[in-house]
Design a protein around this ligand. Structure first.
Ligand code: HEC
Length: 189
């Protein structure tokens, strides 16, 4: 079988699996998508602004302090629990739980099969502590500006600051187009 056909087939199988898991929750899926878009848009706009004004070293405090504030603002405004996670995380507070880890692994498999990272998402209704929870994740591609702080090779000053603030940092060694992590959202039904 040729490659485009195989990946199309894989995408169709995944799409129908997602649809089955989500029957009746289209409105929530729409909300989750919009919320992830809102968070992504705000973060990107502010990171770009900070990088222009203060360079990568000056932007590290932004990532450390301002990102959680923006995330909390989006959570308050939308009623969704929101955050970012990754298989290779920098801040242990962003470590994935078991469900997130499994989804991130399937994202890597989907990418390996040729699916574009942009637009890659997964949603499911799960039982947590006896309650039904709608959970959603959207992959975050590694863009060019991200390499300043997440590539294998970064400027010594940036590296030194990161090592001081994040001992045990795992969020290094990324290449352009890699899956840096994912937005992760949830809402109790
Ligand atoms: C100026 C340095 C810098 C740049 C540029 C940068 N990041 Fe980060 N990134 C950080 C820091 C610092 C953290 C840890 C934030 C915290 O303490 O929650 C982080 C955390 C993250 C996380 C949360 C998971 C984790 O590793 O803890 C994701 C996802 C992420 N970055 C993606 C990106 C993407 C995508 C880009 C490019 C659009 C990017 N970053 C650009 C410094 C940077």
């Amino acid at each position: 079988m040729n490659k485009p056909y195989t990946s199309l087939l894989a995408a169709l199988v995944l799409a129908s699996a997602a649809t089955l898991a989500l029957a009746g929750n289209d409105a929530l899926l729409g909300e989750a998508r919009n919320t992830a878009k809102m968070l992504g848009g705000k973060l990107k706009a502010e990171v770009v602004k900070s990088m222009k004004a203060s360079g990568p070293v000056g932007t590290i405090p932004f990532c450390q302090r301002r990102v959680p504030e923006i995330t909390a603002e989006v959570a308050r405004a939308t009623g969704w629990q929101v955050g970012r996670t990754s298989l290779k995380y920098r801040n242990p507070a962003n470590a994935p739980d078991a469900w997130e880890q499994a989804v991130l692994k399937t994202f890597e498999e989907r990418k390996a099969k040729g699916e574009p990272v942009k637009g890659m998402e997964y949603a499911e209704v799960v039982e947590q502590d006896g309650k039904k929870v709608f959970r959603y994740m959207k992959a975050i591609p590694t863009g060019k500006p991200c390499l300043n702080c997440h590539a294998a090779k970064i400027k010594p000053k940036v590296e030194a600051t990161l090592e001081r603030l994040y001992p045990g940092d795992k969020a290094r060694g990324f290449k352009l187009g890699d899956i840096r992590g994912a937005f992760t959202l949830s809402k109790e039904l």
